[in-house]
Design a protein. Structure first.
Length: 187
């Protein structure tokens, strides 16, 4: 059985280093894992309970919920915007947390990684994302972490997939998340 891991990227910029990191994860998914990069977070309106009513839920939000429902685990890639999580990623988490009591996350294993320009690699944003995901119903794997500092200089002339250190660390993240997802589906 192949473990399906859904990747969400908190940056909308096409050349984002976090998007490149997610692309590298797709490339390095070990046998028995499939990583699917979800597109469409930019099309999801800000969460509003008035439009989260059966029959009126925006198509992009429905697609996100269905993608998460079809995944065995989630892997989020987040930059750090002003010391915290990007709005687009927080909005996705808000949509996934509803309807109340029936979160699309459904205790699925979730890991958060990323890169940022600062010296700590976006750890504040990653911590905020883990907090929001846990409250929203995901089973956050707290000991799976990868924060890559100095993204603007480190990846100025190289794709993260071509950085052997990053490739090894990212592969280890995927292997560990795969293990948690396999255990969760077996339970």
């Amino acid at each position: 059985m192949s473990v399906r891991i859904l990747a969400l990227v908190g940056s909308l910029r096409s050349g984002s280093h976090n998007r490149q990191l997610a692309e590298a994860a797709v490339k390095f998914a070990p046998e028995g894992s499939e990583i699917v990069l979800h597109e469409g977070l930019a099309e999801i309106p800000f969460y509003n309970e008035d439009i989260d009513v059966e029959g009126t839920v925006p198509a992009a939000a429905v697609q996100l919920r269905e993608a998460v429902a079809g995944a065995d685990a989630l892997l989020l890639f987040t930059p750090e915007y002003n010391g915290t999580i990007p709005a687009v990623l927080k909005n996705a988490i808000d949509w996934l947390s509803r309807p109340f009591g029936a979160s699309a996350l459904g205790q699925k294993p979730v890991a958060v990684v990323g890169t940022a320009f600062g010296q700590y690699g976006g750890v504040w944003a990653q911590d905020e994302a883990r907090k929001a995901l846990g409250i929203a119903g995901g089973k956050v794997i707290e000991d799976i972490k990868l924060s890559i500092p100095g993204s603007m200089t480190r990846f100025a002339g190289i794709h993260p997939a071509d950085d052997s250190e990053v490739a090894g660390q990212l592969t280890e993240v995927i292997v560990r998340l795969n293990s948690h997802a396999t255990a969760a589906t077996a339970a």
